[in-house]
Design a protein. Structure first.
Ligand code: COA
Length: 334
């Protein structure tokens, strides 16, 4: 008997209305629209003024459930990938479960920063493959504005707020759904990308706040050098071990941290630039939300279609990185 595979049967995303443009940032820190555009590809981001990460997750989940034509009561499990949970505990998944009324679901949060979505997707997949769950909601949501220092020009230009969600269900046919994955981490990356304040290592004190330890710290140049190699390598590796060339892949769905990292990954995969999902210009880096946000936008405009072969790829704090290969099965959005 062939293996029971998991597949994505519905997608949804939600972003707050308020835009923070490069022109706005020019008024806040010593930067220029030109610098931001050429170094990152970002033109604007969305900011959630009232509410928390659970609200971003709930927004995305509601859209996803409606598109699939099911209710929250149908969910068995909710996994929320985030590094900006509403609070340490309870988990954001529990708060989301209550807000949407998913009374039959259990849930938990998963922390893998910008690789949060692929890590959560592969985790959720296990419960479909082993038969213990029929419907698993995997959410990537981050209110990055809550941990961003808007006086630090190195970082505040990069991040935005968003939520994205997918539904995992058993695939109907062989050779469909999530076919392969490679996930990796290397804790030596901690020193280059972290938020050290507020946890058990540095519980919150006046000193941790004065030292701005509850904000993202990133040594951008060091992270860039590793990210550009690792994300490209892992994407090439998953293609090679599945005997695929650039011609066989319909879409690269990359984490949106920097346009130059995305371009390097596509080049290494031998992909035509027209096959790369890019929306970094509209949203910046929304951490765990970037990949489901792309999937949802491309699906709803009819560009991501049933039968397409896609590679999702990510790199983030930890370091964490990963690639997921799948044959898309959700009925066409348009
Ligand atoms: N506006 C203008 N100048 C800025 C600036 C800003 N917003 N931010 C930094 N600079 C300056 C720096 O101070 C530096 O000046 P110096 O040379 O006088 O010291 C100069 O611009 C160049 O900085 P550099 O770090 O070389 O830029 P970069 O080309 O590496 O781009 C990032 C910076 C952050 C965009 C880039 O390094 C990056 O994307 N890093 C990886 C992000 C990532 O993948 N993270 C993982 C997932 S979150």
């Amino acid at each position: 008997m062939s293996k029971r595979r998991a597949t994505i049967t519905a997608v949804g995303h939600w972003v707050p209305e308020r835009k923070l443009t490069n022109a706005d940032l020019e008024k806040m820190v010593d930067t220029t629209d030109e610098w931001i555009r050429t170094r990152t590809g970002i033109l604007e981001r969305r900011i959630l003024d009232n509410g928390a990460t659970s609200d971003l997750a709930v927004g995305a989940l509601r859209v996803m459930l409606e598109r699939r034509g099911i209710g929250a009561m149908d969910l068995d499990l909710i996994i929320v990938a985030t590094i900006s949970p509403d609070m340490f505990f309870p988990s954001t998944a529990c708060l989301v479960q209550e807000k949407i009324g998913a009374k039959n679901a259990w849930g938990f949060d998963l922390s893998a920063a910008c690789s949060g979505f692929p890590f959560a997707l592969v985790t959720g997949m296990q419960f479909i493959e082993n038969g213990t769950c029929k419907k698993v909601a995997v959410v990537g949501a981050d209110k990055m504005s809550s941990i961003t220092d808007y006086s630090d020009r190195n970082n505040c230009i990069l991040f935005g707020d968003a939520g994205g969600a997918v539904l995992l269900e058993p695939a109907a046919n062989d050779g469909e759904g999530i076919l392969d994955h490679i996930l990796r981490c290397d804790g030596a990356g901690e020193r280059y990308l972290h938020m050290r304040g507020g946890g058990s290592l540095n519980p919150p004190t006046h000193e941790t706040v004065d030292k701005k330890m509850h904000y993202i710290f990133q040594d951008g140049k060091s992270v860039f050098k590793v990210a550009v190699v690792k994300m490209a390598d892992i994407s090439a590796e998953i293609m090679e071990r599945n005997g695929l060339t650039g011609k066989d892949v319909d879409w690269l769905v990359p984490h949106q941290a920097n346009l130059r990292i995305i371009d390097a990954t596509a080049k290494r995969m031998g992909l035509d630039p027209s096959k790369v999902m890019i929306n970094i210009e509209k949203y910046g880096n929304t951490t765990a939300a970037t990949i489901p946000l792309c999937l949802s936008e491309w699906w709803e405009t009819g560009k991501l279609r049933k039968g397409h072969t896609i590679v999702m790829a990510s790199f983030g704090a930890g370091y964490t990185w990963g690639a997921v290969l799948m044959k898309w099965t959700a009925e066409n959005g348009r």
